[in-house]
Ligand binder design. Sequence first.
Ligand SMILES: CC(C)(COP(=O)(O)OP(=O)(O)OC[C@H]1O[C@@H](n2cnc3c(N)ncnc32)[C@H](O)[C@@H]1OP(=O)(O)O)[C@@H](O)C(=O)NCCC(=O)NCCS
Length: 311
Amino acid sequence: MQITIRPMETSDVGTVVQGWNCSLVHNQVSAERFEDVIPNDPNHEKNASLVAVHDGKIIGLVSAVAREGVLGADNKGRPNEVDRGYIRGIFVLEEFRRQGIGTKLLNEAAKYLRSKGKSSIWVTVYTGGYFFPGVDLRYEAGVKFFENSGFRRDHVINDLDLDLTNLRISEYQKNARRRMADFGAHVEDYDPSMLDRMRIFVGKANITTWFPEGWEDRFRKSGNKVVAIKDEDIIGWASYSPRAGTAGFGPIAVLGEMRGHGIGSCLLLECVLQMKDAGAEKVIASWANTPFYLPNGWKICRQYVVFEKGV
Ligand SMILES: CC(C)(COP(=O)(O)OP(=O)(O)OC[C@H]1O[C@@H](n2cnc3c(N)ncnc32)[C@H](O)[C@@H]1OP(=O)(O)O)[C@@H](O)C(=O)NCCC(=O)NCCS
């Protein structure tokens, strides 16, 4: 079968999104979201997203990304990630599978990543624009494909959710509130007048992924953010995305030396209560720190395996 692999063009997006939605059934996307995540990612380069064409028809896609230097164009990279390239997604239309087309796409993506000086490919754990943090275990063909292409399973990532329709404050959460109060800390809504204190928190927390250059813009207004305060200092923070139906929680961080006093659980609970007040029935935390959420009553709702291979 005659297959051409070529860079994806802007005019391909409509067809690619159709193929994506038929193939990646657990990750339906709109053209707008697809454009946000792939072509509009500051680290995106034309040769990184490739389509497979047969008889003039697009039958597959691979989207790779190589963050250049340590920080990359999105300022979100970390020193230990400098050698990593990423596969953000791959599909081949069902009727064209098991004919080596996925392998061809993957090999071309690997060639691109090598040309950028990358020595390993990760699927995905990319902290720029992403659709999923790893391969959803329900994609059986996808999991087999990466395993049989020489990738190793690095770890599993979970999404967790919480039903808000019968929300009750548990003994565990009441205890967290007592422990936080005994420690002399409390939780309140973030207000832009706290920006200077937030800057000090961000400096101490040192999490470039969540606070890339320009992060202050999001903190010049209030809403959807709470902070934990002790002795006037911000020692923890959490954000959420309120939506009627299913809301999103995260990120959340408590300074290392302030952990173990129930502060994270109290930040989480305050956000949950605010999301419920705003009309949400369920909340999801994606790519979440499972042992923190489980005792707070959350449940694992989705699992992804992270694959890695040297190139
Ligand atoms: C994963 C996917 C891209 C593979 O495309 P493909 O063109 O079928 O891949 P290849 O033909 O190159 O397969 C290479 C090898 O992977 C393995 N493989 C692929 N699909 C498999 C399946 N359904 N069952 C078992 N092994 C499979 C086989 O070892 C295969 O070699 P073989 O056919 O000689 O046995 C395709 O199945 C797909 O689009 N799936 C849905 C999207 C998805 O899950 N993407 C991964 C998440 S990003």
